[in-house]
Ligand binder design. Structure first.
Ligand SMILES: *Cc1c(COP(=O)(O)O)cnc(C)c1O
Length: 244
């Protein structure tokens, strides 16, 4: 982990990202408050998070459960840094479900029924409900996690039976490409799936949230209806590890 943030550089990038979000919202005739910016802090140390917190930012995302637990624990004991909302955005192994319950305000990567069952059980034991998004494999790439679009309907019907999970919407990652029209069609697919299947959840949940868009494609995502965008490098700078 890199331990010495450059607060000026982070502020500059953060301000620039916020201006781009505002502009994209204007273009799409949407209100800025409809889009929650999640700062993806994976691989960056607490000191980076504090810089952004001091600028008023509260939503942070992590893709590895161990890093999420370590950071959320550490901030619990930093009384000046209350009220952080943690988003778990990465694939979770079933044997790690216990650790995210009670930490993750929104779990973005619900990608299998076996995981749903396990999370539901852990949430019940903790006497809580876990808010979740269903990750859909919108790019169709084998390397990506997520429920296949054609399996989404039965998946949603099944999760409607889990009383300790509240499904709030869908999450997707577009293909990593410069072809923005391809990216746009994948994001549009996520939105169309939601309008087709929003009735499948009964009264337990809804599909109002769309977590889509990263540093290289968030403007397209906003145009296609994103309510949550997940940005790492555009805010914190390039990560030292390329495999995350
Ligand atoms: C790392 C990550 C991001 C952010 O990626 P950037 O390209 O740095 O914006 C978003 N979503 C997920 C699931 C990630 O793992």
């Amino acid at each position: 982990m890199m331990n010495r943030p450059d607060p000026e550089a982070i502020k500059e990038r953060y301000d620039y990202v916020k201006r781009r979000i505002t502009y994209a919202c204007t273009q799409a005739e949407r209100a800025v408050h409809e889009v929650t910016l999640i700062a993806v802090s994976k691989t960056f140390s607490d000191s980076y998070i504090r810089v952004l917190y001091d600028l008023g930012h509260r939503d942070f995302g992590e893709n590895k459960v161990q890093e999420l637990v370590t950071k959320s624990d550490s901030f619990q004991y930093q009384p000046d840094y209350n009220g952080i909302r943690w988003h778990m955005i990465g694939h979770l192994q079933r044997n790690k479900t216990r650790e995210v319950i009670g930490i993750s305000d929104l779990f973005h990567s619900l990608d299998s029924l076996r995981l749903a069952k396990e999370l539901d059980k852990r949430a019940e034991q903790a006497k809580t409900q876990q808010q979740c998004l269903v990750q859909v494999n919108i790019s169709g790439e084998d390397s990506k996690y997520g429920v296949a679009p054609e399996d989404l309907h039965p998946f949603l019907s099944a999760t409607a039976g889990f009383e300790h999970l509240v499904i709030k919407g869908l999450m997707g990652m577009a293909r990593f490409t410069d072809d923005l029209e391809e990216v746009r069609s994948e994001f549009a697919m996520l939105r169309n799936l939601s309008s087709t299947f929003s009735g499948s959840l009964g009264d337990q949940g809804s599909l109002d949230f769309f977590s889509m868009g990263m540093s290289h494609d968030f403007e397209v995502a906003i145009e296609e209806g994103a309510t949550h965008i997940r940005l790492g490098s555009a805010i914190f700078g390039e990560r030292a590890y390329t495999n995350q």
